[in-house]
Design a binder for this molecule. Structure first.
Ligand code: DGL
Length: 267
């Protein structure tokens, strides 16, 4: 039995397209419905209660499209709203935190892991919890990097100013002797090359987008929810407000084919 219903993927805005790219590469047969809340982005500075409410609204919109699973392509939402989403919706819900934490633990040799993300993600302590639940002896150094999202959205992906900001944010983590860094925001994979350049020495960079895609693959297999092997997966992108320049930045950087973008205003 194959399952042609789409995987519903959502984010506070465009950043979650890094997860879509990883899903398209790994699962080309799957239909994907992406919903980005461009009307209310950014979520990073908002309270957990507000983020939970927004997340439920977006998930409801995707469920109306008959989503067979929900992928929370946003660390901020994953860090505060996963239990509420899992409880409310009758389909599998996959976030980005657990897969990222698992991959970091597998990569680390000295069991000292760095995590960067939005203020809300870091404040929630969700990565520390996921890491410590899996390995009681792990050391975690976290840092909120609120200026990285605006720099990415401005398209400054390979820019001196961005490199300087990255260095400033990462210096304390490097001094702390982390050997693995989790990119705990779905915008950050767009900065992988700058981050690798700035880190210089051997620090493993773990990308929550790719690890989330692997977790989705595992879940589809476990629940027998895979699309037919001959299906040519389609990607449908909808936003809650008009896209700004960042959609072009992401599309170009990710080399993602996006057809017509639908506008789906919040009611
Ligand atoms: N993409 C979001 C995340 O992964 C960050 C953007 C925002 O602040 O809404 O946390």
């Amino acid at each position: 039995m194959s399952e042609s219903r789409p995987i519903g993927v959502f984010d506070s805005g465009i950043g979650g397209l890094t997860v879509v790219k990883a899903l398209r590469d790994l699962l080309p047969n799957e239909n994907i419905s992406y919903l980005g809340d461009t009307a209310r982005v950014p979520y990073g500075p908002k309270s957990p209660e507000t983020v939970q409410r927004y997340a439920i609204e977006l998930a409801e919109m995707l469920m109306k499209q008959d989503a067979k699973a929900l992928v929370v392509a946003c660390n901020t939402v994953s860090s505060v709203a996963l239990p509420a989403l899992t409880e409310k919706f009758p389909v599998p819900v996959i976030g980005v935190i657990e897969p990222g934490a698992r991959a970091a633990l597998a990569a680390s040799r000295n069991r000292h892991i760095g995590v960067i993300g939005t203020r809300a993600t870091i404040r929630s302590g969700a990565y520390e919890k996921a890491l410590r639940d899996a390995d009681g002896g792990v050391r975690v150094s976290s840092r909120a990097c609120p200026l990285l999202v605006p720099l990415i959205e401005e398209g400054l992906l390979n820019d001196e100013v961005t490199d300087q900001m990255i260095l400033r944010y990462l210096e304390p983590l490097i001094a702390d002797d982390i050997d693995t860094l989790v990119l705990g925001c779905t915008h950050y994979p767009l900065l992988t090359s700058s981050i690798t350049r700035v880190l210089k020495r051997q620090i493993m960079v773990v990308d929550s987008a790719q690890n989330c895609a692997r977790a989705v693959e595992e879940m589809l297999d476990q629940k027998s929810l895979r699309a037919a092997p001959l299906n040519n997966g389609e990607l449908q992108v909808a936003l809650t407000d008009a896209a700004d320049n960042f959609l072009n930045v992401a599309r170009d950087a990710l080399q993602l084919k996006i057809g017509e973008v639908q506008l789906r205003p919040l009611t």
